[in-house]
Design a protein around this ligand. Structure first.
Ligand SMILES: Nc1ncnc2c1ncn2[C@@H]1O[C@H](COP(=O)(O)OP(=O)(O)OP(=O)(O)O)[C@@H](O)[C@H]1O
Length: 488
């Protein structure tokens, strides 16, 4: 059930959003024009973190797991794709407007948030009654019934404070655009709302050209677009975002075993990346989409409550079968082991790169307060940290900067390194903590004598003396993806 955030949780989210902006992770899009709702840009450290997360996912899928290859399909697809997938007819959310404030809401979210008030007050029965009624109405596509529920519950607009509501209408979340000039007989196409369909329509291309045998998977990372009705909660719900999806094609009848396997594998992946176990949970879907015979989400305890980060869905043969019907091209696979043709069943793992980014940021954000001092740092797993090491000469004199730059040259081809010589060493350490750099390497007078440096570790703030010749190996070991893969 949806949980509305308490003031303390909202404050924590606010701190994280302002940290993300101040330290170069995420900015509102086109901010000089006051931004564009639910669209964001990634800054100097944000892009590094996001790229590392994407690369880690990609390598997990295409290298560590057996039998998965990648593709990169276009964002634009033939419009019939979206007819076949069901998105044209049913990729909708119910919306409602308040006539006084002119604000638009998702009707289902209004009811869920109302139910959450009862839940927080301990009236679980009443809360369940409300969400149950909502689920039945949505299932029956009874939009007038959803409106009646809102009116009967006396749910008010938080802005105007009135219950002067419009009817509830379905709102299709796909963005459309025109291809070709008007003179040339332009046709309407969609910006893909998920990357999965690019995989389905290429199923046979990939199977044949990469010579894959069922069971096998196809992985893809790419942009997706959804005209979300209510876009709040920072990069949790965006209108332009990135998905990392993998469709795993299996023999019919074996899909539920694979579904369990993938649910476990994906959970392990999150744990291997250092996500706190108590903050992760699996949530089985009570209500299944028309194409699924099993589905679950991996949820993370964000400052605004447990919410979906990744979906694992057993999609049956719905998509391939539907593309076969609409395209009139057979989407079958000949299985030599059982000597017959069939349309494979599909297990999908689907995660938003931006949502994973937000989870990683929330999970890493650490405020430590002791009597003497307080410190904020980002406790990223070194494998995904945006900057791996900062090279810091303790003074700008005596040839220390030159010595430090030699160390930069030694490391920069393999690692993202920062060199900084301004401000006190303490201030420079603090700044690296704020962007989550696991190692600070201080170059001092002793370095000139014996070619050793001090490594200061981000999480413990402990320091140790290390020969320069060991630096490359040490950083490589700590930041290697292998450290994550070994835990899978
Ligand atoms: N608007 C969005 N902004 C950012 N990430 C998104 C958005 N919509 C979906 N995702 C990501 O893509 C993944 C798979 O998409 P899916 O269609 O299963 O999501 P969904 O069930 O519609 O999500 P939600 O219920 O939160 O809208 C989600 O788990 C999420 O990580």
């Amino acid at each position: 059930m949806a949980k509305t955030a308490t003031p303390a949780e909202n404050a924590q989210l606010k701190d994280i959003i302002s940290h993300a902006k101040e330290y170069g992770f995420v900015y509102p899009s086109s901010e000089i024009y006051d931004g564009l709702q639910a669209v964001y840009d990634y800054g100097a450290y944000g892009v590094e973190l996001k790229n590392n997360l994407k690369r880690l996912w990609w390598e997990t899928m295409t290298r560590v797991q057996d039998n998965i290859v990648g593709i990169d399909a276009a964002i634009f697809m033939h419009p019939t794709t979206w007819k076949a997938s069901g998105h044209v007819d049913s990729f909708n959310d119910p919306m409602i407007d308040n006539k006084d404030s002119k604000k638009r809401y998702r009707a289902d979210v209004l009811v869920e948030e109302h139910a959450a008030v009862f839940e927080r007050a301990g009236d679980i029965e009443r809360a369940n009654e409300l969400t149950g009624a909502l689920a039945r109405l949505l299932e029956a596509e009874d939009l007038a019934g959803v409106r009646d529920l809102i009116i009967n519950e006396d749910i008010k607009c938080p802005i105007s404070g009135t219950s002067n509501w419009t009817d509830v209408r379905q709102f299709n979340l796909m963005f459309s655009t025109q291809v070709g000039s008007v003179a040339e007989d332009a046709s309407t196409i969609f910006l893909r709302p998920e990357t999965a369909q690019g995989i389905f329509v290429n199923f046979l291309n990939v199977q044949k050209t990469a010579r894959m045998k069922v069971p096998f998977g196809i992985a893809q990372i790419g942009k997706a677009f959804r005209n979300e009705i209510v876009a709040r909660q920072f990069i949790f719900r965006m209108r332009e975002f990135e998905q990392m999806e993998m469709q795993f094609f299996v023999r019919p009848g074996t899909e539920l075993e694979w579904y369990q396997k993938w649910a476990e594998t994906r959970m392990k992946w999150h744990l291997a990346l250092g996500t706190t176990a108590e903050k992760l949970r699996k949530h089985d879907h009570e209500k299944l989409a028309h194409y699924a015979n099993a589905a679950m989400d991996i949820e993370y305890d964000f400052p605004f409550g447990f919410k979906e980060v990744e979906g694992i869905h057993s999609r049956t043969d719905f998509d391939l079968k539907s593309h076969q019907e609409f395209s009139k091209k057979k989407q079958q696979y000949f299985d030599p082991e059982v000597n017959k043709n069939y349309i494979p069943y599909v297990i999908e793992t689907s995660i938003g790169a931006d949502r994973l980014f937000l989870m990683t940021l929330c999970n890493a954000y650490t405020e430590e307060k002791t009597e003497e001092k307080s410190r904020t740092y980002l406790k990223f797993h070194p494998a995904i940290a945006p900057v791996k090491a900062a090279i810091l000469p303790i003074t700008k004199k005596d040839g220390l900067p030159d010595k430090a730059k030699e160390i930069v040259d030694l490391l920069k081809y393999d690692f993202n390194i920062i060199y900084e010589e301004a401000a006190s060493i303490g201030k420079r350490y603090a700044r690296q903590d704020l962007i989550g750099t696991p190692f600070c390497i201080a170059v001092d007078h002793q370095t000139l004598e014996d070619n050793t440096v001090t490594i200061r570790h981000r999480d413990t703030t402990e320091q140790e003396r290390v020969p320069i010749s060991e630096l490359h190996g040490r950083i490589a070991e700590a930041t290697s993806f292998r450290r994550v893969f070994e835990k899978l």
